[in-house]
Design a protein around this ligand. Structure first.
Ligand code: GDP
Ligand code: IMO
Ligand code: MG
Length: 446
């Protein structure tokens, strides 16, 4: 199926894709994360030489598979903090001010890339306004989860919530402060003392400060005012890709609060987390899995708590790229995804993992919710309500044939085309990209 001809035919051509999507494109998770953002970012980064991550921290895990041209073997990369454009040697990657960054985790990631022969220095920039996530933030994260007991969020344990809490409480440590390490040390110690009293955590601050001093030297030259850099790229008409993290339904404002992450994972975070003027954003592509997954606690109306859910998890290899936790699996939820289309003003979607549904006899799509006898299609704010809704489904016939690697929409079985066209209609957004496998070239571009 994967003839050279079809691959060449659908390879994204720079002028046409940039002309189609515009100078600045955002890639946004439109469900509960892990939709396949990394793959599209990697694919587009060959034509968008500036790739900017706006929000989140090492809670993210963006996976990319690259086929080695010589051996034909597929190599896997997982990006947690570094933007997923790094595999393209000409790309410059920016960690925007909206992120929370643990520098030890960053170093581990940099070393993995360097071992694979990928040059990082000179290609990675860190905003001086980025907040530093420390190891005591991780300890607080675990403590808070412990205290919540059965009501725990199911966080990734990376200290994300506590690092953002410090930011919002106006006591956070910022990357720019590392450049004056004596003053950083004072600030660090005073925060640690306050947190130790409040949460009863025990943490070796002196040891972490020794590590941070080394890390400040390693990364110091990368810490700049990235807003100025982005602005100069805009003036030079360079194409810029904004890489979202997590997912819209995990957004602190628009997600299934309190079962969310602690930043704006939807379109607003792209603007506030980078300093990009909103008028410069040309398009927003939502990443949408052809079914639904979720890691951690919280309501999931179309969840399949049965053998079918287990089969999808197995076939789709639905295990967290960051924590390895099994992902909960369920049917496509058109109510939730339409909400995402609205909140983000999506201009198109990348429907991913369509190939995973290939051997199902029938496929269901949640098209409305019912609560206390009332039917509706607006995604509700209340998690109490969401946990108790009855989903109204529409049934589709499966296509029962392998579509792995198909790169032309018309080559998809008719029943599969019908499924895609129906999803587009339900959510009111075109599938500009359709994923038919984890590798770069396994993508339909329309
Ligand atoms: P992200 O966090 O949104 O970047 O997504 P993850 O990397 O956490 O999880 C998505 C998984 O699906 C990764 O293992 C990808 O390699 C894989 N993937 C992405 N698109 C496709 C696709 O169209 N088909 C298949 N089979 N796998 C895909
Ligand atoms: P990517 O970018 C999937 C979930 C966690 C948990 C909740 C809060 O790979 O799509 P946190 O550690 O952020 O305080 O956890 O949010 N979560 C994600 N789930 N993909 C992600 O990122 C996620 N980032 C956070 O599982 O339920
Ligand atoms: Mg992920």
């Amino acid at each position: 199926m994967k003839s050279k001809k079809s691959v060449r035919k659908t390879a994204i051509k720079s002028p046409s894709i940039v002309a189609k999507l515009g100078q600045v494109t955002a890639v946004i998770g439109a469900q509960w994360g892990d939709e396949g953002k990394g793959k599209l970012v990697d694919l587009l980064a060959q034509h968008y030489p500036i790739v900017v991550r706006a929000t989140g921290g090492a809670n993210a895990g963006h996976t990319i598979y690259v086929t080695d041209k010589k051996t034909g073997e597929s190599k896997k990369y997982v990006f947690h903090l570094i933007p997923a454009g790094m595999l393209h040697p000409k790309a410059v990657c920016v960690m925007g001010n909206g992120m929370v960054v643990n520098l030890k985790t960053l170093l581990e990631e940099v070393e993995i890339l360097e071992k694979a022969g990928i040059k990082v220095d000179g290609r990675l920039l860190i905003s001086d306004r980025v907040h530093i996530a420390t190891d005591y933030h991780k300890a607080i994260d675990l403590r808070q989860e412990e205290l919540k007991g059965a009501a725990k969020v199911g966080t990734t344990g990376r200290g994300i919530g506590p690092a953002y809490a410090d930011k919002i409480s106006r006591v956070g440590l910022r990357a720019g402060e590392l450049l004056d390490f004596a003053s950083f040390t004072k600030h660090y110690n005073s925060n640690l003392e306050a947190h130790t009293k409040m949460y009863g955590i025990s943490h070796d601050g002196a040891q972490e400060l020794v590590e941070l001093a080394k890390l400040a030297k390693r990364f110091g030259s990368m810490i700049i005012d990235t807003g100025v850099f982005i602005s100069s790229c805009l003036k030079k008409n360079k194409a810029i890709l904004m890489e979202g993290a997590n997912g819209t339904l995990l957004d602190i404002d628009h997600g299934t609060y309190p079962f969310v992450t602690s930043s704006n994972a939807s379109i607003g975070g792209i603007i506030s987390g980078t300093g990009l003027p909103p008028k410069n954003l040309s398009s927003a592509i939502g990443i949408v899995k052809a079914y639904t997954t979720r890691v951690g606690s919280g309501p999931f109306p179309t969840e399949l708590n049965n053998d079918l859910g287990e089969a999808i998890r197995k076939k789709g290899n639905e295990f967290g790229a960051t924590t390895g936790r099994p992902r909960r699996c369920g049917w496509f939820d058109a109510v939730a995804t339409s909400y995402s289309v609205r909140v983000n003003g999506l201009t198109g979607i990348n429907l991913t993992k369509l190939d995973i549904l290939s051997d199902l006899k029938e496929i269901l799509v949640g098209v409305a919710y019912e609560y206390k006898g009332k039917k509706f299609t607006n995604f509700p704010a209340s998690v109490v309500m969401l946990s108790d809704v009855k989903v109204v489904y529409k049934k589709f016939q499966g296509w029962n044939s392998d579509i792995t690697g198909v790169t032309n929409f018309k080559k998809l079985p008719l029943k599969c085309q019908k499924y895609v066209l129906a999803l587009e209609k339900f959510i009111g957004c075109k599938a500009q990209f359709i994923g038919t496998g984890p590798n770069r070239e396994q993508m339909i571009v329309r």
